[in-house]
Design a protein around this ligand. Structure first.
Ligand SMILES: C[S@@+](CC[C@H](N)C(=O)[O-])C[C@H]1O[C@@H](n2cnc3c(N)ncnc32)[C@H](O)[C@@H]1O
Length: 230
């Protein structure tokens, strides 16, 4: 396992302004349904970034503890989470089977080895525990699709490249310019869903979410995946 690069170091302020902690109604209801009611226990916020989802996790009854590889992102996350720890999410500093709930938002396009992260999250979960994940839709957001005209003329432009797994050499077509700053690791739907299955988690729910300004096709995908009790 090679070292993970902290690609967001030096970009935290930009990230926080571009992606402020505003959670849409759809996201909030997906996360709340998936998380269930906490009783003040810890919820891992894997690759927490600036801690944008701290409010949702806390208001669902959890103590959000964030982990991220970027010290710069964590600087902002500390104001929004109960604790924020610098760690590679492939090797979380968490005891085996010690947490009931883990959440992860919008990071599968930021790591080459998403499967290794999901594996380590599964290790941390207690039997019956749950991983709630929300991220960009692997089929409809990426370097192979241009979606900036969608709200005006209801068209998207697809170009070849859906099958090219890896760091994108082209912008992600979403207008945020995030790919040019920190990179964008494209995965197919099979690779994305396969990460949960290979970690031994059982996928209970797959939700496709649309977002304002992108009415034609879903923009986000939410997954609820459970560790079996055995
Ligand atoms: C797009 S941001 C998402 C942050 C936050 N979850 C959110 O939704 O705003 C992706 C984050 O993943 C982090 N990241 C990428 N690979 C990581 C790894 N292996 N371990 C920990 N954090 C990682 C980056 O540093 C970055 O903060």
């Amino acid at each position: 396992m090679g070292p993970e690069i902290a690609r967001y170091d030096g970009h935290a302020e930009w990230y926080d302004e571009t992606f402020p902690p505003l959670v849409s109604e759809q996201q909030e209801s997906f996360l709340r349904d998936g998380l269930g009611a906490g009783r003040g226990e810890i919820c891992l916020d894997v690759a927490c970034g600036t801690g944008r989802y701290g409010r949702v996790l806390a208001s669902a009854g959890y103590r959000p503890v964030g982990f991220d590889i970027s010290a710069d992102q964590l600087r902002l996350a500390r104001n929004r989470l109960a604790a924020a720890v610098r760690a590679d999410a492939r090797l979380l500093p968490v005891r085996d089977a010690s947490v009931r709930v883990a959440a992860g938002m919008f990071f599968h396009t930021d790591t080459e080895d998403f499967a290794a992260v999901v594996r380590d999250v599964a290790r941390c979960l207690s039997p019956g525990g749950r991983f709630v994940y929300l991220g960009l839709h692997p089929c409809f957001v990426g370097p192979f699709v241009y979606r900036l005209d969608e709200s005006q003329d209801l068209t998207l432009t697809f170009v070849p490249g859906y099958g090219n797994v890896g760091w994108a050499s082209r912008a992600s077509g979403d207008g945020s310019r995030i790919g040019g700053r920190v990179g964008f690791h494209h995965k197919t739907l099979a690779g994305f869903l396969g990460a949960f299955a290979e970690a031994g988690l059982v996928i209970r729910t797959v939700r496709e979410l649309t977002v304002p300004g992108h009415p034609v096709l879903p923009w986000e995908m939410g997954i609820l995946a459970d560790k079996t009790r055995v």
